[in-house]
Ligand binder design. Structure first.
Ligand code: PMP
Length: 428
């Protein structure tokens, strides 16, 4: 068995960690088999505990946009670590990364750092509720905004992969304040506003969805959300945990020219260390403690190692003028190669892509929301996943996830991947 050591490690892990993993999507529950234990990674490659090399299309679920162990990030962390790992006092580097982030992203004046995307989104809706003095929020079925209670209502990503889009443990009281709509459906949003004209604090949306596979917004969708929020005095929250600093320097706000009131970040902003952040214009951010009444805090928030990694990462992205074009070209190349390979073997599929996010849906119709994503053939996906893995290609072990393209991938890696897709397609 090729994964002998990984499987043995998994047995050990399950004795002391629920399901053997510290985050459910890491388990192979929906595709079957044992998860692979990784030993180290460099650039576009993972080196697993059984001595295999895998081309990585997950990239820690998004952060490693420049590849694993990117030297400027590693150097920044090592240098910082020697000077103390946490102080619980202000440090200059927090202002440096805040200034840089504010200069890169449209429509934000201030940013606060937290430790995860979950914390960022959880804090963003508290701030929106405090600012508007309203209680309800709207989220979209299949969007994922972390595991805080208000968001585990028809949640995407691991929550839907493991059959818990509505998690037990979330009180009815909390659930009733989260209103739901289908992604890309403005009529439903309008109806929700009409039914609750003065109660909706905010809409939270992945401006490009990545947690039901990759689903770009239809033309006019984000603009429509903006104008409905303006009409009903609600805030528009863009959850750019996945898309921020990935689809453009300024995220989807820049890419699509639509402004949000609050923006949340995670993944790329921490360069692979635990970082999240939320940001808005002054008027909104000044509502936060210690300036304003909305409380939010964190012992390790703005941690020096995390800030050093994030600063090195954002600096690299800010200074490399050709990065997003390169990522787009690589992803488009992969898209075409995979589409040709699947079509040549008459496999029913739809590939969704925007910038460096891409996903293969084994569905015959356009995939525009959770329902159309869920119509994909999961048995084919399972075979596809395991077939690629056997060829040394590591994609997310769920059909409800986006792939993340890193700049470390070479065209040779992409050709290897396309050849593997062709080989696997011949067996589907
Ligand atoms: N929002 C989005 C759009 C995400 O994709 C994720 C994580 N995949 C989160 C929030 C939660 O981030 P974290 O896992 O860092 O808590």
């Amino acid at each position: 068995m090729i994964y002998k050591r990984s499987s043995a490690l998994f047995v050990e892990a399950q004795r002391v960690i629920p399901g053997g993993v510290n985050s459910p999507v890491r388990a192979f529950k929906s595709v079957g088999g044992d998860p692979i234990f990784v030993k180290e990674a460099k650039g576009a490659y993972l080196y697993d505990e059984d001595g295999r090399t895998l081309i990585d299309y997950i990239n820690s679920w998004g952060p490693m946009i420049l590849g694993h162990a990117y030297p400027p990030v590693v150097d920044a962390v090592v240098t910082k670590a020697q000077k103390g790992t946490s102080f619980g006092m202000p440090t200059e580097i927090e202002t440096e990364i805040a200034k840089l982030a504010v200069s890169m992203v449209p429509s934000i004046d201030k940013i606060r750092f937290v430790n995860s995307g979950t914390e960022a989104c959880m804090s963003a809706i508290r701030l929106a509720r405090g600012f508007t003095n309203r209680e309800k929020i709207i989220k979209f079925a299949g969007c994922y905004h972390g595991h805080s209670d208000s968001f585990l209502i028809q949640a995407g990503s691991g929550a839907v992969t493991f059959g818990s889009p509505n998690s037990p443990g979330v009180t009815k009281g909390t659930a009733k304040d989260t209103l739901l709509a289908d992604y890309n459906n403005l009529d439903q949003i309008e109806a929700l506003f009409k039914a609750n004209p003065e109660e909706i604090a905010a809409i939270i949306v992945e401006p490009v969805a990545g947690n039901m596979g990759c689903i770009p917004p239809k033309n006019g969708f984000l603009e429509g959300l903006r104008s409905l929020c303006d009409q009903y005095n609600a805030l528009l929250i863009f959850d750019e945990v996945m898309t921020g600093f990935r689809l453009a320097k300024g995220g989807v706000q820049e890419l699509k020219g639509v402004q949000a009131d609050i923006v949340t970040f995670g993944k790329v902003i921490g360069g692979g260390l635990p970082v999240g952040a939320f940001a808005a214009r002054d008027e909104i951010m000044n509502y936060l403690a210690p300036l304003g009444p909305v409380y939010q805090a964190g012992t390790l928030s703005g941690n020096p190692l995390a800030m050093a990694a994030g600063l090195a990462m954002l600096t690299a992205i800010d200074t490399d003028k050709a990065l997003f074009t390169r990522l787009e070209e690589k992803t488009a190349y992969l898209h075409k190669g995979m589409a040709d390979a699947l079509s040549n073997h008459t496999i029913t599929h739809t590939i969704n892509r925007i910038g460096s996010m891409i996903s293969v849906h084994f569905a015959k119709d356009e995939v525009v929301d959770f329902k159309t994503a869920a119509a994909g053939d999961n048995d084919t996906f399972k075979k596809f996943f395991h077939g690629l893995l056997a060829e040394g290609i590591y994609i997310a072990p769920s059909a409800y996830e986006s792939w993340f393209i890193t700049d470390a991938l070479t065209y040779e890696d992409l050709d290897t991947t396309i050849a593997a897709v062709a080989k696997v397609a011949s067996t589907l």
